[in-house]
Design a protein around this ligand. Structure first.
Ligand code: AMP
Length: 571
């Protein structure tokens, strides 16, 4: 039976204290630590021999790690950190594929009260450098290949990076490179988690902004309350569930739900190292007896291309609930879920800053295809409008578009942008946290996503900041100006598209276009680099000289150009 049966009653009776009471806390009232709740409390109880991580290698190797083994491994990693002088509040970054070491490192870092910061391994050297540098990374866990390709070229510019632990290599003392296997073998498997205040910072997740470089959102150990609560009410975890979250831990979903939430519920968490492949994914769902599945619209749309019949070759009878997040889930995808998998897909909404799911279609509730669902118990969401005097007022009437806002104070709310207090403050107004999304709410309280209020691009479910891409293009000797937009794409949601004005002496052409795309890919990685580049003699700018991406987008899509009063005369 679903945990949340009666939405109104659950909301009315909800309290965070009651959720806290379902967690254990560190022994002797020493506080709340995510890794204790996710691993140790199960390892030390009847679930010690249960599989925590069911890891599937890209080469079809399989490794099952029990809660007891995960406790010992994460203890060892915490000791490795301690021996290297990495302490509370120090940043530990991980740049790795979905390998067991990444999961062990995340949990060991949390045990040591250091701050875990996952980086997406498909990023190129430039986004990685930005995040290591802005995050004050003291230690990096990575593989030899990723290190050589993506970190080594910029290592000299990272004076705060003291140690690099390689998951797959011998130590090379001359380069300050250490072998993780060697260190782990020498470390003790016993570790006592130090007292942890729920307000101690636990996680650092970078997210893209419209202006400037990525922002580091800080999350605390107390966020565990939301991870647990959403695992219960949205994911509807039950003790025998097998869960698979397809997101990479380099993105917030892959950490909150790819690591923390399922382990907090003591269930079996499937991790697949390989990238998307529809046939492989069907096989995993069937062979691993996945019962709760959390994925993203881009993957579902790729699946839909495969048609319905091939999916029916697999025994997917264990599937119980399907969830999606990260970008709008088109109503056809919900319908496809029913036809192909026998179940509808439940959309939910949240973002890096919220730390956990905030709005959802709950398993026991009517799904409204195209809607993100209703706010979680304990979460107050509203559609607000900014008045001319700058203040913010909620819009009570249904079906009116406005800014999606949340009442601050939920436990997984970000506590700051690292080194950027002003940007953090600007997110709050009139007693609301403004999410940067536009939405509307219907008369029954379901929220409907309309779009972003800013220029941020969502491509394959991943946030890309146009400024980061523009800055990289500008480094090319031929580029005078660059403007980057998200162009709607039927498969990946939005595609990164750049408009470029060239310096005198350079002529537009296919060769230069390919060169620029290659240049951007090498620096940014394929997940971020533009897929299309158009040349323009001039880019439209406002009177302050800022490129008007909104206008570039309107012109590209043949949409009304809107208010042009701020346009600089020349464009
Ligand atoms: P991120 O911080 O990278 O997780 O991205 C968060 C953003 O993704 C949100 O602010 C939305 O713009 C978008 N997003 C997340 N979930 C949904 C959803 N269910 N429907 C539409 N957009 C979504």
């Amino acid at each position: 039976m679903p945990h949340l049966l009666d939405y109104a009653a659950t909301c009315a009776g909800f309290s965070w204290d009651a959720i806290r009471a379902e967690l254990q806390g560190l022994p002797d009232n020493r506080g709340l630590n995510i890794a204790h709740e996710a691993v140790d409390r199960h390892a030390d109880g009847p679930l010690g021999d249960r599989v925590a991580l069911q890891w599937l290698g890209a080469d079809d190797a399989v490794r099952a790690i029990t809660y007891a083994e995960l406790k010992a491994l994460s203890n060892r990693f915490a000791n490795v950190l301690r021996e290297l002088g990495i302490g509370a509040a120090d940043t530990v970054c991980a740049l790795a594929g979905r390998i067991p070491e990444l999961y062990v490192a995340a949990l060991g870092t949390l045990k040591n009260r250091s701050v875990f910061c996952p980086l997406f391994s498909a990023f190129g050297p430039e986004p990685i450098f930005q995040r290591l540098s802005r995050g004050d990374a003291k230690l990096l866990l990575t593989s030899e290949r990723l290190y050589r390709l993506k970190v080594h070229p910029l290592r000299d510019k990272l004076p705060k990076l003291e140690h690099v632990l390689l998951t797959d290599a011998e130590s090379h003392p001359e380069g300050g490179l250490l072998s993780l296997p060697e260190r782990m073998a020498a470390a003790s498997a016993d570790f006592v988690i130090p007292p942890t205040d729920p307000e101690d910072v636990a996680l650092l997740h970078f997210t893209s902004g419209t202006t400037g470089m990525p922002k580091g959102a800080l999350h605390v150990h107390g966020a565990a309350l939301v991870h647990y609560m959403t695992g219960k009410y949205v994911m509807d975890f039950h003790p025998d569930d097998v869960f698979w979250c397809t997101a990479d831990p380099g993105w917030v979903t892959g950490t909150s739900y790819g690591i923390i939430a399922p382990l907090m519920h003591g269930i079996r968490n499937v991790v697949d190292e390989a990238d998307f492949d529809a046939v492989r994914w069907c096989r995993i769902l069937a062979e691993q007896h996945v019962s709760v599945w959390y994925t993203a619209p881009t993957a579902i749309r790729r699946f839909m291309r495969m048609g319905i019949e091939p999916v029916h070759d697999y025994d997917l009878s264990r599937l119980r609930v399907l969830h999606s997040v990260g970008e709008p889930l088109n109503p056809e995808a919900v319908v496809w879920g029913v036809k192909a998998l026998g179940l509808p897909i439940h959309d939910n909404w949240w973002q890096t800053e919220t730390g956990g799911i905030m709005i959802a279609n709950f398993p026991a509730m009517e799904i409204r295809p195209g809607s993100m669902g209703r706010p979680l118990p304990g979460i107050e969401a509203a559609i607000v409008r900014r008045r001319n005097d700058g203040s913010v007022e909620p819009i009570e009437a249904p079906d009116v578009q406005g800014d999606l806002a949340l009442r601050p104070g939920w436990p997984s709310m970000f506590r700051g942008y690292l080194h950027d207090e002003e940007r953090y403050r600007k997110c709050f107004d009139g007693g609301w946290y403004l999410t940067g999304d536009l939405a509307r709410r219907d008369a029954d309280g379901y929220f409907w996503f309309v779009g972003r209020a800013d220029d941020i691009i969502k491509t394959s479910g991943h946030m890309v900041g146009p400024f980061e891409v523009e800055s990289t293009l500008m480094e090319h000797p031929a580029v005078a100006e660059a403007g980057v937009i998200g162009k709607p794409d039927p498969l990946i949601g939005e595609m990164v598209k750049a408009f470029v004005a060239l310096k005198p002496g350079f002529a537009p052409g296919d060769d230069l276009r390919l060169e620029l795309i290659g240049f951007a890919r090498k620096k940014l990685g394929s997940a971020v680099a533009p897929k299309e580049i158009d040349f323009k003699p001039d880019l439209p700018k406002n009177k302050a000289g800022k490129i008007m991406r909104r206008l570039l987008k309107a012109r590209e899509l043949g949409l009304p150009e809107g208010d042009l009063s701020t346009l600089e005369d020349s464009a």
